[in-house]
Design a protein around this ligand. Sequence first.
Ligand code: DQA
Length: 146
Amino acid sequence: MKKVLIINGPNLNLLGLREKDIYGDLTLDEINEKLKLWGKEHQYELDFFQANGEGEIIDRIHSAAKDRIDYIVINPGAYTHYSYAIRDAIIGVNIPSIEVHLSNVHSREEFRSKSVIAPICIGQITGFGHYSYLMALNYLHLRERG
Ligand code: DQA
């Protein structure tokens, strides 16, 4: 069974409370429950990780190689826009990754339209609320089926 690591970065633990008009009503646990259902239906092993600190996220990316993770789906939160360290970690482990966002980062403040991580990912999915995560998983499934 293929393994996918879902990483959520800073402030995403506040989903359900935080700027609901932008990020929606669902908590991160509720989103993860939906992804778990998808995993069961499509027979993928999903591993979930959330941290507010850059170092913790980098350490989890490093251990993903040891855990034989096949793909990473990452919402790096605000680190998206400036974390060369997370970018280098993903390059370092050489695990194909997809960047996802709940909001459309291209329709908000100017600083959000730049991602330093997306260019080293397979692609970026942005603006579809929690469906962004499901779209990333569906893409990986299609890719696996060839
Ligand atoms: C976000 C977009 C980022 O700009 C922001 O800092 C977040 C959430 C999103 O999912 O829409 O924390 O990654």
